[in-house]
Design a protein around this ligand. Structure first.
Ligand code: HEM
Length: 118
């Protein structure tokens, strides 16, 4: 259940981030919702960490550290967006970071829940 919450919040975060970055000057309500989403994801991630740590402490710690790096970069992007200074390379960088984070998350979770879904 906590893993599904994490997945749903990850999708919501990506959709809202795209909407926010596309707007000139961004949108304060969207930016605040994105911040609320990270807070819940951090709490949810810490709960998930308990089991993930027993499976692989290396992957689990890498996932947590990289998640915090990505959250930090999203904060930088939202600050830049408020000043309309987001460049194409920022956009590519966050896209690549999110793809790598999702792949790392899937490995950390041992491809759950997807392997049992189909
Ligand atoms: C930018 C925010 C984040 C995104 C987009 C994200 C995304 C993901 C994704 C896609 C997965 C794989 C889910 C699956 O199996 O389908 C995952 C797993 C995981 N994430 Fe995150 N995550 C984020 C933040 C965090 C944070 C802040 C923490 C910890 C404090 C965290 C801890 C974990 C852990 C421990 C797992 C493995 C879960 C398990 O073993 O069941 N994540 N994450």
């Amino acid at each position: 259940m906590y893993l599904w919450l994490h997945i749903i919040l990850a999708v919501a975060l990506i959709v809202l981030l795209v909407l926010d970055l596309r707007k000139t000057n961004g949108s304060l309500p969207i930016a605040m919702t994105i911040r609320g989403i990270y807070v819940v994801m951090i709490i949810d991630g810490i709960i998930l960490l308990g089991k993930a740590w027993h499976r692989s402490p290396v992957l689990a710690s890498a996932k947590v550290l990289f998640s915090l790096v990505v959250i930090g970069f999203i904060e930088v992007l939202m600050a830049k967006r408020a000043r309309n200074q987001v460049t194409k390379s920022d956009f590519y960088r966050i896209a690549i970071e999110l793809v790598l984070l999702i792949i790392l998350g899937l490995f950390t979770a041992g491809f759950r829940p997807w392997i049992h879904l189909f």
